[in-house]
Design a protein around this ligand. Structure first.
Ligand SMILES: Nc1ncnc2c1ncn2[C@@H]1O[C@H](COP(=O)(O)OP(=O)(O)OP(=O)(O)O)[C@@H](O)[C@H]1O
Ligand SMILES: O=P(O)(O)OC[C@H]1O[C@H](OP(=O)(O)OP(=O)(O)O)[C@H](O)[C@@H]1O
Ligand SMILES: O=C(O)c1cccnc1
Length: 499
C-alpha cells in the first residue's frame, strides 16, 4: 500500500515503536504487572567521535512526544489486524481498549539540553507503571540518541571554528546538511540539534519555520553556469536580490571570481546595498581565503565575509585555522548532519528498580561479560562537582541509598574500582536530572533554542581543556557513589553465584 508522505508523518506517534515494546506491554497486562512501579534510565556507554564529552539534546522533542502520546482509533485498528504464527490476533481486544484508554502517569526527570554529559549518566529517568515505562523505550532512544549525537558534532565543529573562544571572533558555522541528511526527519532534527550545539543558522527552510532557527542561503554553481559569463551571473543575482549577495566565486577561476564579485559589489554599493561576501567551495581553502581577503580588502570590502564549504568537519577546520585561513563563515553539511564518522550514539534504556508486592523497591541489574556494560541499579541521579569555575567530576548516586546532599562524596570508576575520587561536603555541586513530567503532566518549560546554545557555551567554558581536545582527550571523572558501587558489586556477586 502506498501512502502519501503526509499520511506517513502522522499526528499520532504511538506506533513509532518496536513491536516488542507492545508484546511486552501485553505480557505485563496479562500478568497483572502493568501497574507495577518501575524505574528506567536512558544512558550511553561511550562519548561519540572518540571525543571527551557529549552534549545532551532532544529533550523538548521527547517531552512533546510524551505529552501527546495516545493510541487513537486508527492506531488500534491497525494493531487489531496483527496476527501471530497461528494466524490468530496478537492482541486481545480488551488489551487494545486498555491501550486506547491509557492515561499516562510517569514521573520523568532529565538532564536539560545543552548540558555536557558523560558515559553511564542517566540522561532521562522514567518512573511509573511498568507498562507505561516500557512503551516509551524505543521512541525516547530514537529522539534523544540522534539529537545528542548531532549536537555533540555541532559543538565540536563550532569549537574548532572558534565560536566558543574566550576572545570573541567573527566566526560562525552554518549547517548546510539537508541534501545529505538521513531522510526528512534526519534533516529536520539535525538542523535543530546543530543549532543547539552552536551553529548560527541553517540552510534548511523547514527547520527555520518549525524551530525559528535563522536561515541562510547563498547560490549554487548552476546559477553561474546559466549565464554566458560569471560577471553577468553575479550582476543578475545582485539585480534580483540586492539585499542577500554572497557570490560563489569558484565556478571557473576562484581569484578571478573574487575580483568580479568586487566589481559587482561596487555597483551594488552605488545602488545603496552592500555585498555580504563571497563563498569558496573548492581548491585550497586556506590559500584561496588568504588571497581573497587581500582582494576584498584592497577593493574596499574589509567587512565582506568569506564563506567556505566543501566536506568540512572539526578536524579540517582546525587544520585550516592553523594554516591561517581567513574564512569567517563555515558552511558545514554532510559531515555534520549525518554525524559522518559515527552514525549512531549507542544510547540504551535499562531497568534500575521495581517495586515488589509489598511496595518495597527492589534493585535490578543487567549482567554482561564486560564490567563496563553491567547496568547500574537504583533510582539514579547525577551530582556534578565544580570548583574555580571548572567541572571536577560527576557522581552517579542512588536516591534509595543513604548518600545525601551535604555528605562527603567518594566515587568509584565503574570500569576500574581502584580509581576513586573524593569531594569534601562543602564542594559546590548540583544535581543534573531535573523534573520534567510529574504524574504524566509536563512540569518543565523548555527554554528557547538560543538559551540552550548559551548552556552549551557555559558548559564548555567550564569543561577542562584536556577533556575537550580532539586527540586522545582526557577522560572526565565519572564515578559511582561508594554505597552504590558496593551494592552493585554485591549484586554482581549474587547474580553470578545464582548462575
Ligand atoms: N588547505 C587545505 N588543507 C586541508 N584540506 C583542504 C584545504 N583546502 C581544501 N581542503 C579540503 O580538501 C578536500 C578536497 O578539496 P578539493 O577542492 O581539492 O576537491 P573536491 O572536493 O573534489 O573539489 P570539487 O568540489 O571541485 O570537486 C575537501 O574536503 C576540502 O575541504
Ligand atoms: O560539502 P558539505 O559539507 O556537504 O556542504 C554542502 C555542500 O553542498 C553543496 O554542494 P554539493 O555537495 O551539492 O555539490 P559540489 O560538491 O559539487 O559543490 C555546497 O556547495 C557544499 O559543497
Ligand atoms: O546556501 C548555500 O550556500 C548552500 C546551501 C546548502 C548546501 N550548500 C550550500
Amino acid at each position: 500500500m502506498m501512502n502519501r508522505l503526509a499520511d506517513v508523518y502522522r499526528p499520532s506517534l504511538s506506533l513509532l515503536t518496536d513491536l516488542y515494546q507492545l508484546t511486552m506491554a501485553y505480557g505485563y497486562w496479562k500478568n497483572d504487572l502493568a501497574d507495577r512501579t518501575a524505574v528506567f534510565h536512558l544512558f550511553f556507554r561511550s562519548n561519540p567521535f572518540d571525543g571527551g564529552y557529549t552534549i545532551a539534546c532532544g529533550l523538548q522533542t521527547a517531552i512533546d512526544y510524551l505529552a501527546n502520546l495516545q493510541f487513537n482509533d486508527d492506531d488500534l485498528r491497525y494493531l487489531e489486524t496483527l496476527t501471530g504464527a497461528d494466524s490468530q490476533p496478537l492482541f486481545e481486544n480488551a488489551f487494545l481498549d486498555y491501550l486506547g484508554n491509557l492515561s499516562f502517569e510517569w514521573d520523568i526527570d532529565a538532564i536539560p539540553e545543552g548540558t555536557t554529559v558523560y558515559p553511564h549518566e542517566p540522561l532521562v529517568r522514567v518512573c511509573g507503571p511498568m507498562l507505561q515505562c516500557q512503551l516509551v523505550e524505543t521512541p525516547l532512544l530514537n529522539l534523544i540518541n540522534f539529537q545528542t549525537l548531532v549536537a555533540t558534532k555541532s559543538a565540536r565543529v563550532c569549537s574548532a571554528a572558534g565560536v566558543f573562544s574566550q576572545t570573541p571572533t567573527k566566526d560562525r558555522v552554518i549547517e548546510f546538511g539537508l541534501r545529505r541528511a538521513q531522510g526528512i526527519d534526519g534533516g529536520l532534527s539535525a538542523s535543530r540539534a546543530s543549532y543547539v550545539g552552536g551553529c548560527a543558522g541553517t540552510s534548511n527552510v523547514l527547520a527555520g519555520n518549525v524551530f525559528e532557527i535563522p536561515i541562510v542561503g547563498t547560490h549554487a554553481h548552476s546559477w553561474v553556469m546559466t549565464f554566458d559569463s560569471e560577471q553577468e551571473a553575479f550582476q543578475r543575482y545582485a539585480d534580483a536580490m540586492p539585499n542577500n549577495c554572497v557570490f560563489l566565486v569558484d565556478t571557473y577561476d576562484t581569484l578571478e571570481g573574487v575580483r568580479r564579485a568586487v566589481e559587482v559589489g561596487k555597483r551594488l554599493r552605488e545602488s545603496g546595498h552592500e555585498m555580504l561576501g563571497i563563498r569558496l567551495d573548492s581548491g585550497d581553502l586556506a590559500w584561496l581565503s588568504i588571497e581573497a581577503r587581500k582582494i576584498l580588502d584592497a577593493g574596499g570590502f574589509p567587512d565582506a565575509s568569506i564563506v567556505a564549504s566543501n566536506d568540512l568537519d572539526e578536524r579540517l577546520i582546525t587544520s585550516l585555522k592553523l594554516q591561517g585561513a581567513r574564512i569567517d563563515t563555515w558552511g558545514v553539511g554532510t559531515k555534520l548532519a549525518t554525524a559522518y564518522d559515527q552514525p549512531a550514539l549507542g544510547g540504551v534504556y535499562k531497568l534500575g528498580a521495581i517495586r515488589d508486592d509489598d511496595g518495597q523497591w527492589q534493585h535490578r541489574i543487567k549482567l554482561s561479560e564486560q564490567t563496563v556494560k553491567v547496568s547500574n541499579p537504583g533510582i539514579l541521579q547525577v551530582r556534578r562537582f565544580e570548583s574555580d569555575g571548572e567541572h571536577r567530576g560527576d557522581m552517579i548516586y542512588d536516591e534509595l541509598l543513604d548518600w545525601r546532599t551535604g555528605d562527603d562524596a567518594t566515587m568509584i570508576d565503574p570500569a576500574d574500582a581502584y580509581r576513586q575520587k573524593s569531594f569534601p561536603a562543602d564542594t559546590t555541586s548540583r544535581d543534573l536530572l531535573t523534573p520534567v513530567l510529574r504524574g504524566g503532566e509536563v512540569v518543565y518549560a523548555s527554554p528557547p533554542l538560543d538559551e540552550m546554545q548559551d548552556v552549551v557555551h557555559s558548559e564548555l567554558q567550564a569543561t577542562p581543556s584536556a577533556v575537550k581536545r580532539f586527540e586522545n582527550p582526557h577522560e572526565y571523572p565519572v564515578g559511582l557513589e561508594q554505597g552504590l558501587h558496593e551494592l552493585k558489586a554485591q549484586m554482581i556477586r549474587d547474580a553470578r553465584a545464582r548462575k
